[in-house]
Structures are given as structure tokens and as C-alpha cells.
Design a protein around this ligand. Structure first.
Ligand SMILES: Cc1cc2nc3c(=O)[nH]c(=O)nc-3n(C[C@H](O)[C@H](O)[C@H](O)COP(=O)(O)O)c2cc1C
Length: 320
């Protein structure tokens, strides 16, 4: 296992609750960490840097109080996702705020993590970077990140296209450090499989969209409980970058799903106007058309995050 020192003996299950736009709020992060898995959220889920400051204070205080009450308890450190895309104008301010709170884990996505790595290391934190190809993996390693998140086919959000068997093998041929595996894992059995494959940590998003603490409206959670992998559509039409969405949420916005699927998933693909309802604007990614990974078929109930983790642990242990 290539687990960074700050994660050793801190986890009850080798996994990270992945950051999810809108869905991952402070309550979910706290519940995940208290259950012994790393809880994370995109900094942009806090509407301003001032609100981010409040969230980080709240998360830090909750975890410290629980640890003080029970010093032997395994409480996982938390992480913040920093989106490095040029459209994110808050990177510098959010990073400065994260420095003040000495955020233990920073997950960077969509961009080059170079400057961020130096900053985070200066306060003793670590950086994991999201990658979808070998080219991006090598670029991230040049920036001296502390781990790679391999975002594979079927992952919620901007999922990749690589098969996890192939991707982990190619990465492991060049890199012995921390590898996190992402994509359609929703059970403890999948966590075990990720380790058997050569990853150090599973990285699970969709499974926690049906946590009680997630900021997910009940109709969206109900749709996910009904859905199977056949309901997931991979398209670049809504955000410009290919991502996985729930087909029923696309149809509910009046979009012709069959026509959308025919377009394929090329980045930047512009949909012909006639796939939308006459006079209708393109529905908004994440807010109106809902993202989920192909692991939705394993979601059967809405539960507190602690219970989800307890189930994952039981499933994980049952594999041996
Ligand atoms: C609704 C939703 C929103 C997401 N938002 C983000 C995000 O803001 N930043 C990010 O790095 N990844 C985001 N992701 C991707 C997750 O961090 C993670 O890679 C993915 O959920 C793992 O695959 P899984 O959903 O199949 O478990 C999102 C995923 C979902 C389902």
C-alpha cells in the first residue's frame, strides 16, 4: 500500500468520498470523516470564499471535537477540491483561505496543479490530481503531486473513457505512489476489487448522492434509486466536456434523449437546436440535468452517510 502518512491508521475503509458539485456540503463531509472515510467537497460549493472560510471552520471544529471526545477513534482527514479551469476566478482566494485552515488534502481537477502543489506542501498538506489519460497522469507527476485519481469510464460527473484494468496497469508500470480509482464503484466489493487491481484507495461519488446529508433534492434521489446503468448518458452537450447524466432527468427537461445519444460524446459537441423543446434554452448541467455514474444500479435506499459506510465496510469484509 502506498498510503500517505496522514492517512495511515486514520481510515475505517480505504476510500475517499469524492467531491461533487452542489451535492457535497459540509454536513456530508463531516459525516464521512467521522465514519472513517475521507470526506471532500469542491470549494465552489461554498458560494463565496467567505462562506468557504465558514465551512472550513465548521468542519475543522466538528472533527477536532469528536477526536478530543474519543482520542482512539479513527476519524479521517477531510479534503477540498480546487477546480483549476480558467473560468474559476476564485482559485487564488480559495487557496489562500485553505492555507489559513491548513487543509490536509487538496484534490485538483481540470488544469495543471503545479503552483498548487508547492503551496499545499508548504503547510504540510497533500495533493491528489484527477486524470483520465496517461498523458495527463505523466503531466501531474511532473508537478510532484502526492497521488493520482484515475477517473475511469462510467464515473459520475466528467467521467473518463478508460477501462480501469488497463489504466491501473499502465499507471502502475510507471508509478509506485498513491493511486485512487474512480468510476462506477458503489459497493464494498468494488472497494476490494480496486485494491486487488493495484489501487490504494477507492474514490466514490455517486454512492453518496443518496446520503441523507447530501445536498440532493428528494426527486433526484428518487430517480437514482430507480435508475440502472442503462439510464446513464455520456454527452458533452450540457457542459462542453463529456459527462455522465441521468437520462430521465434529460427527458424531463424536454430533450430528445435518443437524438442526444446519436450525437456521441465529442468534447465541445453542439447539439442541433431541434433536440430541445421549441423555444427552450439548453437545460443547465448539474442543476436541471442531473449527473450520476453507472454505479447507480447499486443504490437502493437513502441512508445517513454513516450507515452507507457501515454497509460498505460489511460488504468489503465479506469478500474475504
Ligand atoms: C453529481 C456529481 C458532481 C460532481 N462534481 C465534481 C466536481 O465538482 N469536481 C470534481 O473534481 N469531480 C466531480 N465529480 C466527480 C467525482 O468527484 C468522482 O470522480 C466520481 O463521482 C466518481 O465516480 P462515481 O460517481 O461513479 O463513484 C462529480 C460527480 C457527480 C456524480
Amino acid at each position: 500500500m502506498a498510503l500517505p502518512a496522514l492517512l495511515q491508521d486514520r481510515l475505517t475503509l480505504p476510500m475517499v468520498g469524492a467531491p461533487m458539485f452542489l451535492a457535497s456540503r459540509a454536513e456530508l463531509v463531516i459525516a464521512q470523516c467521522l465514519a472513517g472515510v475521507v470526506g471532500t467537497f469542491p470549494s465552489l460549493n461554498a458560494r463565496t470564499t467567505e462562506e468557504l472560510d465558514t465551512w472550513l471552520t465548521r468542519i475543522g471544529a466538528a472533527l477536532a471535537a469528536a477526536q478530543a471526545a474519543d482520542p482512539g477513534r479513527r476519524i479521517a482527514p477531510y479534503g477540498v477540491n480546487l477546480i483549476l479551469h480558467p473560468t474559476n476566478t476564485r482559485v487564488a482566494a480559495d487557496l489562500e483561505c485553505m492555507a489559513r485552515h491548513r487543509v490536509p488534502i487538496v484534490i485538483t481537477s481540470v488544469g495543471k496543479p503545479e503552483g498548487v502543489v508547492k503551496a499545499v506542501h508548504s503547510w504540510g498538506g497533500i495533493v491528489f490530481h484527477d486524470v483520465t489519460t496517461m498523458k495527463f497522469a505523466r503531466k501531474a507527476l511532473e508537478c510532484e503531486v502526492d497521488g493520482l485519481v484515475l477517473v475511469c469510464a462510467g464515473a459520475g460527473g466528467h467521467g473518463g473513457t478508460m477501462n480501469p484494468f488497463a489504466y491501473v496497469e499502465e499507471v502502475r508500470a510507471e508509478y509506485a505512489g498513491t493511486v485512487l480509482l474512480a468510476g462506477a464503484m458503489s459497493t464494498g466489493r468494488a472497494v476490494r476489487a480496486a485494491l486487488d487491481l493495484g489501487a490504494d484507495l477507492a474514490y466514490m461519488g455517486t454512492r453518496f448522492l443518496v446520503a441523507q446529508e447530501a445536498n440532493v433534492p428528494p426527486p433526484q434521489q428518487a430517480m437514482m434509486l430507480e435508475a440502472t446503468m442503462a439510464d446513464i448518458v455520456y454527452t458533452a452537450v450540457f457542459s462542453g466536456i463529456p459527462a455522465n447524466y441521468l437520462a430521465p432527468s434529460i427527458a424531463a427537461n424536454g430533450v430528445d434523449v435518443a437524438a442526444l445519444v446519436k450525437l456521441g460524446s465529442l468534447p465541445g459537441a453542439e447539439a442541433p437546436k431541434d433536440i430541445f423543446k421549441p423555444g427552450q434554452e439548453k437545460p443547465k448541467a448539474w442543476k436541471e440535468v442531473w449527473s450520476a455514474g453507472q454505479g447507480v444500479g447499486s443504490l437502493h435506499d437513502v441512508l445517513p452517510a454513516a450507515e452507507i459506510v457501515a454497509r460498505l465496510q460489511a460488504e468489503f469484509l465479506a469478500t474475504r
